[in-house]
Design a protein around this ligand. Structure first.
Ligand SMILES: *Cc1c(COP(=O)(O)O)cnc(C)c1O
Length: 377
């Protein structure tokens, strides 16, 4: 049996800024221990100011809950079809099924690794021809890389199908200077433990209207009508963020830009150290895009090499992970219709996410790259 003595290196671990506990203490001191209060309002304001463009943000319990509410607010109902990027985490697709709607999966383009505009348009035309116009498009900025915003928005406008922008991995990324989370008809953010900032668990729904934000909060707090007794005319949810959790978010917002910088530095270090090797390549920024580099992703020349790197790192107590397994290849969605071109399957087959936390030490980065270099040489 091998005894692992090396220090554990995580793929992406929480990184507190220092002020989080002050906000939590304030909540305790003022007894705002509830799913509402000054930290919730303050965190929403911080997010709105950060994203700018006059957007409104509703703080919720998770990114998944935000997607669920977003789809519902876009009018998705039982039996509807929703087009969803296949190359993503399951949480992008699962909420479609919560509403009794059906996810239809769209493959990626090789440039951004995100939803392919050509496949998307082929799918829309085909669904319309079959008498089933899709209700919404779920597009994802995977690993912090902006999707092809211009083309996706153009298709959305042309066919009158709204975009729900899954920006769970892309807080701090921009496209031509505008923040990810402001491009879709609605957008969602995630503050799960492994994301660029974390509240331990949490999310937000971003919209461009105060009215929709208010409606989201109404649904997220059990859809209570305005009456002295408990009165309900709609089905609601218990999805509102706690004032304690929001305190963590307020502290994290102060270090978001420095986290982005540190994750970008990780990427640049890996790139500098490994660019000479022909057997691996990196996820690249395209015109106008600026990635938060949530995770540094490489593509190797073969499945065998990818596995050799992954297993060697694991034996050194270093966590790395294959890229997302596409939804159209997941057992749970095997009966769903998909429009595929091979791009995401190839990425999944040969791609690897390297440790990318904003709290990685330079010694960790050096250790990781020297192990990879030894394999490649
Ligand atoms: C993390 C993530 C989500 C879900 O967010 P939670 O806050 O964990 O519910 C959704 N989509 C993508 C692409 C994610 O990475």
């Amino acid at each position: 049996m091998q005894i692992i003595t090396n220090k554990k290196v995580w793929l992406s671990s929480p990184h507190m800024g220092g002020k989080e506990q002050d906000y939590i203490k304030e909540a305790f001191d003022s007894n705002w221990i509830a799913p509402l209060g000054p930290n919730v309002d303050g965190f929403e304001k911080d997010l709105e100011q950060y994203l700018s463009k006059g957007v409104c943000a509703a703080a919720l319990v998770s990114g998944t809950a935000s997607l669920h509410l977003g789809l519902r607010l876009l009018g998705v109902k039982q039996g509807d079809e929703v087009l969803c990027q296949s190359f993503t985490f399951a949480a992008s697709a699962n909420p479609i099924t919560y509403l009794g709607a059906i996810p239809i999966f769209i493959d990626s383009e090789s440039k951004t690794w995100n939803i392919c505009p050509n496949q998307l348009e082929i799918a829309i035309k085909d669904r319309i021809a079959k008498g089933k116009k899709p209700k919404a498009i779920v597009a994802v900025h995977l690993y912090g890389m902006p999707y092809n915003v211009e083309k996706i928005n153009k298709i959305s406008l042309l066919y009158g199908i709204p975009v729900l922008e899954d920006s769970a991995e892309a807080l701090g990324s921009t496209h031509y200077g505008e923040k990810c989370g402001t491009f879709g008809d609605m957008a969602i953010l995630s503050f799960n433990g492994n994301k660029i900032i974390t509240t331990s668990g949490g999310g937000a729904l971003v919209t461009n209207s105060k009215e929709i934000k208010d409606k989201a909060i109404f649904l997220a707090t059990q859809a209570k009508d305005n009456a002295p007794h408990y009165q309900h005319s709609e089905i609601g949810y218990n999805y509102r963020m706690s004032n304690i959790i929001a305190g963590i978010g307020r502290g994290q917002m102060q270090v978001l830009d420095s986290h982005v910088q540190k994750r970008r530095n990780n990427y640049n270090f890996y790139l500098e150290q490994l660019k000479e090797f022909k057997d691996i390549s990196f996820q690249k920024e395209t015109n106008g895009s600026y990635s938060n580099r949530w995770l540094t992703c490489i593509q190797t020349s073969s499945y065998k090499l990818r596995e050799e790197i992954r297993i060697t790192l694991a034996n050194e107590n270093i966590e790395s992970r294959p890229l997302w397994k596409p939804m159209h290849c997941q057992p749970v969605f095997e009966k769903n219709i998909s429009y595929v071109n091979g791009v995401s399957e190839n990425l999944f087959d040969k791609g690897l996410c390297l440790p990318s936390g904003s709290n990685l030490a330079i010694e960790d980065l050096k250790r990781i790259t020297s192990i990879i270099k030894t394999i490649l040489q």
